[in-house]
Write a protein that binds this ligand. Structure first.
Ligand SMILES: *Cc1c(COP(=O)(O)O)cnc(C)c1O
Length: 385
């Protein structure tokens, strides 16, 4: 089976993990801070906090931004569940903004008109979670302008986008957002097994997120309520936090993988260019890239026009022939859990019609050209071309 995505582990990656296993610290040792400082250097951002998943990073991002029971979080339907669930964890109300039919990212026109309406209704969002789908940045400059006009906070769910750039700058600088989040799940750009990171330039947000990451406890004298404390062992719980810490085992893998990021991104770009050339003549839609963006290409998604092709038939044919195609994403608002909250099919038509036509083709660092050729042969066969 040619999978849709797969990690690439070198001997050095494995050796770095072994070194931690043979050391004194499996967690809360030196590797996590090392990984964090490499991420913050790479992204040119002030703070990086490694956690056990991007989902956890999204959760503590919402908490740090003060999202509460009566709060509102907006995101895109075309994402993984976690982009919306993070708001539900805080008891907030979720709403969605439909996608742009070209980029499959959140539509700026829809966002603007929804904000104007929400402003009249006194129901503006507290937080907007934008998702850089497939590793292509949203138009962050335009989103920043709306952030300033309407006064909401912005989280970039950059789970797909480590190594991608926007206006010539690597995604993760938080130039136009409050917080950014990356995922290190094995199908993502680099992996730590499970893992994620939160990035921000805001000292106070970083300090809050750091508390939420580890039980809400601190030893920092600046935050202690009892300054006449008992001794050097003293700590206080000053908020309700979680155990969302990353282990040193994971961080060691992360540091080693990060050293390979340039190669990972370059190879993905080569393979995407090759797909684009070899599929150009087919009557299907290929990924569209906005001028300001140089995507990292977590995913390669094609659209099969519904008036001409039956996606399910093509999907099954390709799976049967050993090609691990996939579909990203079932619109979040159509999930049974979200339907119980009042959403229904028909609410976000662009996301739904995109979903009905989308097919993710295999793309990963170790993919060889023969494998890619096979994907293309089987796709053409399935399309009966
Ligand atoms: C993978 C992913 C997540 C969740 O990442 P985990 O590290 O698995 O928690 C969140 N958002 C998006 C867009 C993702 O692709």
């Amino acid at each position: 089976m040619i999978p849709y995505g797969r990690q690439s582990l070198s001997e050095q990656d494995k050796n770095e993990v072994l070194r931690v296993l043979n050391s004194a610290f499996l967690t809360q040792g030196p590797k996590v801070p090392e990984f964090e400082s490499e991420i913050s250097n790479l992204c040119a951002v002030k703070h990086a906090l490694a956690v056990n998943s991007a989902t956890s990073a999204l959760h503590i991002a919402c908490l740090a931004l003060g999202l509460k029971q009566c709060g509102r979080l907006w995101t895109t339907p075309n994402s993984f569940l976690a982009s919306a669930n993070c708001g539900l964890y805080c008891g907030a109300t979720i709403d969605f903004v439909d996608i742009d039919p070209l980029t499959y990212n959140m539509s700026l026109e829809h966002l603007r008109s929804r904000l104007i309406q929400a402003s009249k209704d006194g129901a503006l969002p507290d937080i907007l979670v934008v998702v850089h789908f497939a590793g292509q940045s949203c138009d962050m400059k335009a989103i920043d302008a709306l952030r300033k006009e309407f006064g909401f906070k912005v989280i970039e769910d950059a789970s797909h986008a480590l190594g991608g750039s926007y206006q010539g700058e690597l995604i993760g600088s938080c130039r136009y957002s409050d917080i950014g989040v990356f995922s290190f799940h094995p199908v993502k750009m680099i992996t730590t097994g499970e893992g994620g990171v939160l990035v921000t330039n805001d000292d106070e947000l970083a300090q809050k997120a750091n508390l939420f990451r580890s039980h809400g406890m601190t030893r920092d004298a600046a935050f202690l309520t009892d300054t006449s404390n008992d001794g050097p062992w003293y700590y206080e719980q000053i908020d309700l936090g979680y155990n969302y810490r990353m282990t040193d085992i994971q961080a060691a893998l992360g540091v080693s993988q990060l050293g390979r990021l340039d190669d990972f991104v370059e190879r993905r770009r080569e393979l995407v260019n090759r797909y684009n050339q070899l599929l150009a003549a087919l009557p299907i839609y290929l990924p569209y890239v906005i001028p300001d963006s140089n995507p990292s290409w977590h995913l390669y998604v094609v659209r099969l026009p519904i008036d001409r092709f039956e996606r399910k038939k093509i999907f099954l044919h390709m799976r049967e022939k050993g090609i691990g195609v996939n579909v990203h994403y079932i619109p979040i608002h159509t999930q049974p859990y979200y339907q119980k909250l009042g959403f229904k099919w028909g609410d976000f038509p662009n996301s739904e019609s995109y979903y009905e036509e989308a097919l993710t083709l295999p793309l990963y660092f170790d993919m060889i050209e023969e494998e890619q050729d096979e994907v293309i042969v089987v796709l053409k066969e399935a399309l009966e071309l």
